[in-house]
Design a binder for this molecule. Sequence first.
Ligand SMILES: *Cc1c(COP(=O)(O)O)cnc(C)c1O
Length: 381
Amino acid sequence: MGAARAASDEIPLARPVLGDAEEDAVIDVLRSGQLSLGPRVAAFEQAFAARLNVAHACAVSSGTAGLHLALRAAGVRDGDEVVTTPFSFVSSANAPVFERARPVFADIDPRTLNLDPQAAAAAVTEKTTALLPVHIFGYPADLPAFEKMGLPIVEDACEALGAVHADGTPVGGRGHPAVFGFYANKQLTTGEGGMVTTADAAVKAQIDSERNQGRGLDMGWLDHDRLGFNYRLSDLACALGLAQLDRLDAMLAGRARAAALYREALQGIDGLELPCEDSPGGDRRGWFVFVVQLPCGADRDATIRALRERGVQSKPYLPAIHLMTYYRETFGHREGEFPVCEDVAARSIALPFFPELSEGQVERVALALREVLTTAGARSR
Ligand SMILES: *Cc1c(COP(=O)(O)O)cnc(C)c1O
């Protein structure tokens, strides 16, 4: 055991499922000679939109690019405020800043870890022009509550492919611009990539233009009627995405199976908090990560080191955005502003989690965590 454990034996945090279908799909694109702006883009968009039962989808180069374009399409401008969660990947808070708007944080719900609708309502001012809820760790944010607030909504669904709201709508299928991410640890990967879904044809047209240098859809390459970016997704990436969509149900089922195994294996560890169960009302998580909150008083860094010595990767997940250096320095944030978020952020670690995680690997992780948390070493004195 210990440091001598071979690196190959270490259980990684994440691992994509990639096989012959992905290899063949990419080789086909290479042989076609059309690596970008080809037919796979629209094919991937249409298959993705159909899967979510939504009218339109726009493939973009990353989830972050998708958030940027979705906020622009929602009309967020210089000086506006966007109410969002401080418990997210930094990208959801950065996106408003790209447009010189201010991300205004509100605290999270301690059960779901998603933006608390009441706290969000209290943070709205006359400058607020959009709400940006995040479906954190794949658990559906309370969209019905946000919809009642009457403001434009952009959903960060980057962690939530496969999640379903209580009313049966897939997350990302309610019609607001909703953004997915396809980095290699996500439910579906294209290496890097993203997708914006929307019910609104005008939003689709604007994003399609702005991802491609502001080019008009029916114009020549060199005429541009608006400011744009290069946020395109290549045909290589879209071909990968199509192959991944074909196996999405199996991959989601693999993650759900791994989560159920963890729940079983981690029972009865004093003070350890597991991800919340699906609500009795019927919200269904699309499993993305398995994040546990360590018991109060446990030394997280020591726990992560001790897990590593036992061949288990883990990491703090996620840090509170408002306490990151850029946010402290730019917006003057301090400890104590969002106590629920800060408590969760201080105690959370992500455990290895991917569709092909085996029962034996789950048992090894659980045994290691149980050992580490029940020896005095992981407790702060
Ligand atoms: C992955 C992720 C994103 C987007 O990440 P990209 O690396 O830009 O694709 C945005 N928000 C959240 C919550 C994420 O997990």
